[in-house]
Design a protein around this ligand. Structure first.
Ligand SMILES: NC(=O)c1ccc[n+]([C@@H]2O[C@H](COP(=O)([O-])OP(=O)(O)OC[C@H]3O[C@@H](n4cnc5c(N)ncnc54)[C@H](O)[C@@H]3O)[C@@H](O)[C@H]2O)c1
Length: 420
């Protein structure tokens, strides 16, 4: 294919070199005259192992030509790949100026009645909603709403500088965002030799991917460093702590405790996190990430409550399925579902709760005390299955992922267990 690449920085130049290696012809466009001049002279303008050799091969084979503007060169291209910068603005937002400018250049350079399919692929990191709300409107304003042969794709880039060529051919995953979440033929072609898991989504899921990944990487580094600082203060080897932590691929480095859904609770997590916060404060350590966990969890509980009662007038009949902190347990200690039940009662809703693992007569010790101190009417709100299945509710809340197994009559069901 003939592919135009806009923005010849770390992402664009790597893509240009790797695509020429795959046999495609690349037209590189960058507003920086010196960058274009250097590339055409066979000098790699950035430090990236292996890149200069690929560029020299591409130039020798006549597969790469770079310019400072696209002029009328786009019409015989099959694709454009946009890799321009999206630097931070003064308020922290991404500056979308280069994206808007390049989008106008691409749409203006395409013939309105183009018959060959053309795909404009965006790889720069952009705020979720940008393709729908900025890029597509620019294309539509210049080419008409219909654009039957022009396709817009959002395809986030996951390469790491210094190993970017290796990462280009072996990315951790490929995410292709399209208007309808369906595959795009040009993307299939350029990814033909890439053997990674591919996700086809709509634009917004693809756009948020990179933010989620990068934020998580930052979270991991900050978490590791807070644990490292605390370990040092406690005279503990951070390396040994790290080694033990990452060796646990069942619960630690794993999808476990990693699903959006309910808040954390139970007899261990809140208690031990609070105690760790206390240890940190007694050491005078500064651990803002660990310190924010309980607050974040409380914010999530309020969010779930607000989501459940949205549009529901006080007095409405509500059923909660699940009260214990997890399915198949009768432990109510610090269960987020107990807090939700309390918020619902305080909000004036008529609440029934069904939890097959719970029998108030069998609660003992701290579990009993906790349950009744938070929910004095526990004995009345807990209802047996026959009553629950024979009643009509305005709202059913699936708090433990088992509501689907019941035969319920409810005006609306909200799943807070998996945020579906
Ligand atoms: N660097 C990375 O490791 C990496 C990885 C994944 C995603 N990203 C994202 O990819 C995007 C590009 O990152 P980068 O590090 O390659 O940036 P960069 O600053 O190295 O390169 C951007 C290039 O775009 C050029 N440019 C600006 N306006 C232009 C225009 N109108 N037409 C043509 N060229 C134009 C600039 O001259 C520059 O050479 C960013 O959104 C970044 O967040 C970067």
């Amino acid at each position: 294919m003939k592919i135009a690449i806009f923005g010849l920085g770390y992402v664009g130049l790597t893509a240009a070199a790797c695509l020429t290696k795959e046999g495609h012809s690349v037209l590189g466009i960058d507003t920086s005259e010196s960058k274009v001049r250097q590339i055409m002279a066979g000098i790699c303008p950035i430090v990236e192992p292996g890149l200069e050799d690929l560029l020299l091969d591409a130039l020798a084979q006549g597969r790469l030509a770079c310019f400072t503007d696209v002029a009328d060169r786009l019409d015989d291209c099959d694709m454009a790949i946009v890799c321009v910068g999206t630097p931070s603005g003064p308020d922290g937002s991404h500056n979308m100026g280069f994206i808007a400018e390049v989008s106008r250049h691409i749409a203006s350079a395409l013939a309105p009645a183009r018959e060959r399919p053309f795909t404009a692929v965006y790889r720069s990191t952009i705020r979720p909603g940008t393709t729908d709300e900025l890029i597509r409107p620019i294309f539509a304003s210049l080419l008409g709403e219909d654009m039957p042969n022009v396709h817009i794709v959002y395809n986030p880039e996951f390469l790491r500088e210094s190993v970017s060529i290796k990462d280009y051919f072996s990315p951790p995953k490929v995410v292709i965002g399209t208007a309808d979440g369906q595959p795009n033929a040009h993307m299939q072609e350029i990814n033909r030799n890439i053997d990674s898991k591919v996700f086809f989504t709509r634009y917004r899921e693809a756009e948020i991917t990179k933010f989620v990944d990068n934020t998580f990487h930052a979270l991991k580094v900050s978490f590791a460093n807070e644990i490292g600082r605390l370990s040092m203060e406690l005279g503990i080897s951070p390396q040994i702590v790290h080694e033990i932590f990452v060796s646990d691929t069942k619960l630690n480095i794993s999808p476990y405790y990693f699903r959006p859904g309910g808040a954390f609770g139970g007899s261990c997590l809140p208690k031990d996190v609070r105690a760790f916060q206390h240890i940190s404060s007694t050491l005078g350590a500064n651990t803002p990430l660990i310190d924010s966990l309980i607050r974040s969890n409380e914010a999530h509980k309020r969010y779930l409550f607000d989501r459940c009662v949205k549009g529901l007038a006080p007095g409405a009949r509500v059923l909660m399925v699940g009260l214990a902190f997890k399915t198949a347990s009768d432990d109510l200690r610090e269960s987020p579902n107990v807090d939700l039940a309390r918020y619902l009662i305080q909000g004036g809703y008529e609440l029934h709760v069904y939890d097959p693992s719970l029998d108030p007569a069998k609660l003992m010790g701290q579990n009993l005390g906790y349950a009744y101190s938070r929910l004095p009417t526990l004995g009345q709100i807990l209802r047996p299955l026959e009553v629950v299945q024979a009643s009509h509710y305005d709202l059913a809340i699936d708090a433990n992922g088992t509501a689907d197994l019941l035969d319920l009559q409810a005006g609306r069901t909200v799943d807070i267990h998996t945020l579906r």
